[in-house]
Unconditional design. Sequence first.
Length: 167
Amino acid sequence: MKLQAHGIETDLPPGWEGRIALRTVPGAGNRTLGEAEPGPTGTPGEVTNPVAHLANFALPEQRGDFGSGAVDVMTEADVLVVLFEYGPESVGKALFKAKGIPTRLTPAMFSASALQRTIPGQAGSQVFFTVANRAFCCYAVLGRQSAANRVLPQANATLAATRISPR
């Protein structure tokens, strides 16, 4: 299945689901024409950037930018990949010096300490990068760290099938 919005495009493998959205800013009327659903709610005056949620399980309708809501329903066979875009002021910063979408996530890159919120058995990874003059964090969560060798090949293939265009 092809998924495309806000300059982010990917081909999801069978059994995968994804959403690409902007956080909805109250009173801004910024829902993009043709967008299937609004993203999480932000704050008035906030400048929003796209966030992509890609998973090998059914994504709940209510999700936070870094997967809150989704991580709560993950099983040990599940993996969630989030591509969170930061503002243009982040491009060129040391944290985002890696170039290109990471496509080689390994089990050694995951730990419970990288999670936004600790859930027993889960493990996370954060990789910051720049592509097409846009700064991102690839935040990935394993439903069970011991399943990394089983689920990471599909996550890496999904990342390899993802393209980001300049704004």
